[in-house]
Design a binder for this molecule. Structure first.
Ligand SMILES: [Zn+2]
Length: 302
């Protein structure tokens, strides 16, 4: 039995999966964000309840926003401040008396979506999250590829190309990661709105902007075209580097149905003339992929 945790700033979702990945148990509680000991005991209680109900000792995988320092193993989380500075995996492993795997929620999404019926024959799957930020994860032959520094999949912090800057007269936005001109600043939900604001569109949200686009508003049409082209250039670069079989999109912007038709067309212009764009897929599990992917993480003893 595998237990997965999706830990967010407001709630903790926990689910148990059998060997065939059927969800057999699920619970949801508020996240204790202020006190570390309270946080640990909350997870401990959830695990104890699952063990008791299912008469087993499940393996533990945890997905949460933020990063683990590859050297010190300490956690950095904006959403759950009390875990910042703690070696969460080690502390939980001691508390729960079993190995604990921890991974960024975008990586969990990728791992889950690489293990579905629609991706079962694909060897190289890239999960692309277009939410508040632009994250992702690379799954090679059903294994999450992390890299020595855990950087694999951070496509959102590759800089946009000079061609795009010239073509659309784009500003070079600075990014919270410390770099400038990162894709995230243009293609995340926030980035889309930053573009709209820069080109003086009055929409205040992505759905509002898309409603204008569907009504034929010329500036909204130009902005959506620009957005698709910028995102297509990012995905085409990943395809040239990794020869990806499929991209699975997630996050709020992935609900935009036009993406699945327009992105492959736009990607062609960024690829060799005879190469086919990789499949662009909508997620099967979507928001539930966080907890499902966490359950699929490979546990290693610390
Ligand atoms: Zn960045």
């Amino acid at each position: 039995m595998r237990y997965g945790f999706d830990i967010g700033g407001t709630k903790i979702e926990m689910a148990a999966y059998d060997d065939r990945l059927n969800q057999v148990f699920c619970q949801r509680v508020s996240t204790p964000t202020g006190d570390y000991q309270q946080f640990l005991s909350c997870v401990k209680t959830l695990v104890a309840q699952a063990d008791l109900t299912l008469h087993t000792r499940g393996s533990i995988g945890i997905g949460l926003p933020g990063v683990t320092d590859p050297v010190s193993r300490k956690q950095l989380s904006v959403n759950v401040p009390c875990i910042t500075g703690h070696c969460l995996a080690e502390d939980l492993a001691n508390t729960l008396d079993r190995p604990v795997a921890i991974e960024n929620d975008c990586r969990c999404f990728a791992l889950s979506e690489a293990s579905t019926e629609q991706t079962q024959r694909h060897d190289i799957v890239f999960g692309v999250i277009l939410g508040t930020g632009a994250g992702g994860g690379l799954v090679l032959h059903k294994h999450l590829h992390k890299g020595k520094n855990g950087l694999a999949g951070e496509w959102g912090h590759i800089p946009i190309s000079a061609q795009l800057v010239q073509r659309y007269d784009l500003p070079l936005f600075s990014c919270s990661c410390g770099l400038t001109g990162c894709f995230e600043r243009y293609v995340s939900g926030r980035g889309f709105m930053a573009l709209a604001q820069h080109f003086r569109h009055p929409a205040t949200s992505v759905p509002e902007l898309l409603a204008c686009y569907r009504q034929g508003d010329p500036l909204a049409q130009r902005l959506v075209g620009m957005y698709i082209d910028i995102l297509a250039s990012a995905l085409a670069s990943l395809q040239l580097m990794l020869d990806v079989d499929a991209f699975v999109l997630g996050g709020g912007v992935s609900n935009m149905p036009e993406l699945y038709r327009l992105l492959p067309l736009a990607m062609r212009a960024w690829l060799f003339p005879n190469s086919e764009p990789a499949a662009i897929l909508s997620p099967v599990f979507g928001d539930s992929s966080g907890v499902r992917g966490a359950a699929l993480l490979e546990q290693k003893a610390h």
